[in-house]
Design a protein around this ligand. Sequence first.
Ligand code: SF4
Length: 511
Amino acid sequence: MQDNRFKKALLDSQTFAVTWELIPGRGARESAQDRALSQAGQAAAGDVVHALTLTDNPGGTPALSASHLGSELANKGVEPLVHFTCKDKNRNALESELYALDRCGIRNLLVMSGDYPVSGFQGRPAPVFDFDPIHVLQLISEMNRGLSIVGPKGIVRHQQTDFFAGAVVSPFKATQAEQLTQYSKLKKKIAAGAKFVVTQLGYDARKFHELLLFMKQHDLHVPLVGNIYILPFGAAKMMNRNELPGSVVTDQLLAELDRERNEPDKGLEARILRAARLYAVLKGMGYSGVHLGGHNIPYAQVEEIIRRGEALAPEWQTLVPFFDYPIPGGFYFYDRDPDTGLNLGTPVSSAGRSPASPIDLSYRLSRFFHALLFEPGSRLYKPMRRLARQLDGSRWESVFHKVERVIKAGLFDCRDCGDCALADVAYLCPMSQCPKNQRNGPCGGSFQGWCEVHPGVKQCIYVRAYTRLKRYAQESTLENRIVPPCNWDLFQRSSWINYYLGKDHWSQKQD
Ligand code: SF4
């Protein structure tokens, strides 16, 4: 198999890696697919792009499979970077897809939760989210080591794969809780095997710099790729209204784009110049590459942005003021450096301050009863474990389970998965209260503290969890351990019995 051009570029400190995003589009033989294949041909001939990235059902709507289009691109001699999301496939479908990708020679994957599914044939599809990105990265890491499968004849070790998988993070969050839980999850993604990191969309140089500094200071030594979207007014308006989750365009930037679109060229030169300047800033700052995207961008524009970005890179510090679009009142991890407009290396004092909100009664009670009944070493732990052993398999088990159901459904909107993650997320159930069932930290779609799926109605559970834990100076527990995916073998069984008998994911913690 040929060298992995993208991996080589990203790991080579002398090369600034460039990827270009193509959108497979809905359909199999439509103009969108013809366009993507023709763009790929141009990129192969031009030889300045190190990988073509392919989105996976973007916006939560169906499209041609990114994996399939990726295999067609690979045949054209272009390195594909396939977006690999958790929204439409359970763990078995993800594993099957990885086998298919391996067979096709596709090695580069960008792993993410994915946009919440919004439309499909005959109505809205069921969201899957059986795994979160951390579980996918763990699976890929295992496959790269040679996945061991227990079969009827013992353990079988599969051939090693050669995936090069990365993850996504947003440094552009407005609140302290959102931002710090994003960074906590980033640590887990890298621990799970992410080999590179791509940012979400934003236009704030200080935030790009914050992420770079944060990763250096926390020993997260993987290449960082900055996202550059060639931004027209229409897309900016949607991002400004939070209609494209995870992408941040402030009112100030939107007003500038509004002025630019009245230019004779409808703002084209301004768009290209903005992208070239951001390219230069990211390269100068120390990013390892950029991810170029935009709707219907011709290949000639990609080449122009790279050429002009390279020419501007030596003077990148003078360009920082062109990306001064803070979210009003938004959180920054570091103090501002007045000389550069970027960051000093010292965390802002508010990073250690407690949030003002009071601790709610249900959280206090949950902590109290957890400490009383479920902490190994507490007075009631051993008696409860004895009781669980007696109940397990007896005719009283279903009665006990019903009592548990009534209590937990009323208090936590319990879905009876039997593999309880309440204590992992400050007694907020990720299976019932997070539409994407994220067990290890927030997805990238939260907006000013609100959940991507219920903006203005429900806060992201990780914002609530962070706020609760911070009151006890325990917010770092959110990054302490990787919470495994739910084991559906335990579905509709008593999670309390499962816990005491060491059948659920907590067994790793018990004696
Ligand atoms: S609760 Fe948070 S993690 Fe879950 S879908 Fe909403 S924004 Fe994403």
